[in-house]
Design a protein. Structure first.
Length: 189
């Protein structure tokens, strides 16, 4: 039996026209243009939150190491004199008054891009703009390099998406917490 010849009318009934395909592509493009910025913002929130919580974890580790370190001082110091380049947790062993102290690195956090530490971070910068170390003594108290108690905050923000920030707040007892100034402005004071 011979095959019947198909006409263009039969093809149109079996498939989609070019206009229908273009409409579907346009709808998908509009949905993507709405969804991608929201996705980027959510990723930026997560990056800032992750870095702030990582800093607090390292600070809590430093405090615990000082509490259980047989009287050794443990410090968190910025990498290359910039907090935005990361930090390291170091244990300082003073052998004697004449011999320089030895430093043992316990943890290291590398570059935190695209997150940065805001200039508004109080207590973590010196009078000439140089960053300070945060030290923990055998009692777990947070101390500055000059020996005073530290009760300040580190402000983390996203480099590319403005308005996204988290505050890591340190109490004088060495306890940390993270707050979101958009959600709870009172807790971030």
């Amino acid at each position: 039996m011979p095959n019947p010849i198909q006409t263009s009318e039969d093809d149109a009934a079996n498939g989609h026209t070019l206009m229908e395909m273009m409409a579907v592509v346009a709808i998908i493009a509009m949905m993507a243009s709405i969804g991608v910025p929201l996705l980027q913002q959510q990723l930026a929130y997560r990056e800032v939150e992750h870095v702030a919580r990582r800093f607090i974890q390292h600070a809590q580790f430093a405090r615990q190491a000082a509490l259980y370190g047989a009287g050794l001082t443990v410090q968190i110091a910025p990498n290359e004199q910039q907090w935005s380049r990361g930090w390291r947790v170091i244990q300082i062993e003073a052998q004697s008054q004449t011999v320089a102290s030895l430093q043992k690195e316990l943890l290291r956090q590398g570059d935190i891009s695209p997150v940065e530490v805001d200039e508004r971070s109080s207590g973590f910068g010196g009078p000439n703009g140089q960053p300070k170390r945060i030290g923990f003594d055998a009692f777990g108290s947070a101390k500055s390099q000059s020996g005073g108690f530290v009760a300040n905050r580190m402000v983390f923000r996203h480099q590319h998406v403005r308005g996204i920030e988290r505050h890591a707040i340190l109490s004088s007892g060495g306890r940390w917490r993270v707050c979101d100034p958009d959600q709870d402005s009172r807790a971030c004071r």
